[in-house]
Design a binder for this molecule. Sequence first.
Ligand code: M6R
Length: 609
Amino acid sequence: MCGIVGCVGRDDAQDVIIKGLKSLEYRGYDSAGIAMHNGDYINRTRAKGKLMNLEQKLAKDPLIGKNGIGHTRWATHGPPSEKNAHPHSIGGVSIVHNGIIENYLELRDQLKSMGLDIYSDTDSELIAHLVNIEVKKTGELASAVKNVIPQLEGAFAVLVLSEKHPDEMIAFTNGPPLLVGFAEESFIIASDLLAIMPYTNKVTYLSEGEIIYINKTNYKFFNNDLKEIQKNIETVDWSDELVEKSGYSHFMLKEIFEQPRSMAKSLEPYIDVDNHSITMPELEKHADFFKSVEQVYIIACGTSFYSGMVGEYLIEKIAGVSCKVDIASEFRYREPKLIKNSLVILISQSGETADTLAALRLAKEQGVKTMTLCNVQHSSMDRESDIQTYMNAGVEIGVASTKAFICSLSVLNVFSGFLAKVKGNFEKSEEEKLVKALLATPSHMESVLTYDKFFADAAERLKSYKGFLYMGRGVHFPIALEGALKLKELAYMHAEGYAAGEMKHGPLALIDEQMAVVMLAPQDDLYEKTISNLETAKARGGQVISIGTIQDKKLKELSINFLSLPEVDWNINPFLAVIPLQLLSFHVANALGHDVDQPRNLAKSVTVE
Ligand code: M6R
């Protein structure tokens, strides 16, 4: 889950690479480096810490050249340090690598037994050794790479520069994302479209086992056996403003405020506004299959898992179909027995999360139909699933997921209606009600965003609590879990999400005057029960911040702070209830002086186990 960028054939190659790495910093940010071929030699600069440290070094001592490779790292093998930073250069070969080489211990022993010195703690350096050995043997970059790939086990996307081959660059992938942008007489290769967007919208995505070889202005695609293959160049649609902060202090804050618009956009492809009906044409092609579905499994990680938990309520209540939700890293190792006529839904913003991808492959092995709900189109999951749906959230840069969560909820709502419809469980009036409620949600979300000021002001007080307990019932239980995850992730504070009814089975013991209790208590059919749970927490000294439906006097009396939400249907409440929790985490983390967009130890897409 590092970010890699390569550039061939541009006078401004160093700037292109650094700008590209900046846009990929969300993938890892504990060290960075760049290597440039100046026509005669490869020169390299690396720095521990954020990209800014590398930029400072380059400002004093820029690298020259038209071809280069760069890397921003999320440490797996070896701690963050300059020696472990990429590019790794051995002999005349420099490489950058995203992924994990699983047989690195054997390779390390093998290289050591050949008398070679290993300079870093990384698995990646070994690739540079292997390519260097093969370049010496074959004299050719492409043949060298062909001989190296079979020696590597695991997931890897690699860019290679060779001193002896000044006009050439080679890139290959065995899983992690890699795409090539075709600009005027130049090429940009990167882990994500974001690094390519400023230069061209003509791109090709490399699939597993594919290689691109570039020589000046010529290029060829190969498979692993170095047999030439043909690949299409796609024209992608985007707007630069998607990746700017647009006046906000942080990407996360911008993305929180974008949510009403993103939610509306996520619905666009799936709703016929004039007829207040659900239209999912791609899914309608499989109408017979959906009609026969008896069991739905939702599999995901982190925030996507919590949206899946909300999905479980939606699918069971709206479509009347049994639904189970699983954490991908558990699912893949517990020998799941998937029943026939079931559908496996994989939710993933990035579409690259290693555990969720493995779960998808496992479901396919068992012959079960898979459907993805991804944000990133052309991602590995998107490509490998049988049926695709999209969050349509736009680019999400903040490591903490916000708008992707909201957009997953909206697609899960629509999908539940779709399933209910094909199964004949949905009256036209129910469909209209669902669609109208969803269409009205963005403006309700706007009104909840005004709590930004409340949390900005309250953050100093909130940051002094020793911990936070988030509680909710029904669809608000996953929202409580999501609130706690956001606070842990951004503020590095102890936070737990609980089903409010479980309090008396243990967590009540945690409560005292130092503990903030965030109670989600909108007026739904579990309201009275939630209030009893709240009374219990308050009686133990818990400092209650409640989030409920407008003008709830009871809740107000019981709480030190009461935040009111507009009155909406049960399935719409999660869209509104999650916003104050996102704002709380953002402002507390900010007040603590943390890097909100790039929290410590994390990365946006987790492409390793
Ligand atoms: O890209 P994915 O949706 O598969 O990512 C899953 C999790 O890694 C992700 O949601 C993570 O929990 C977020 N950083 C939470 O804000």
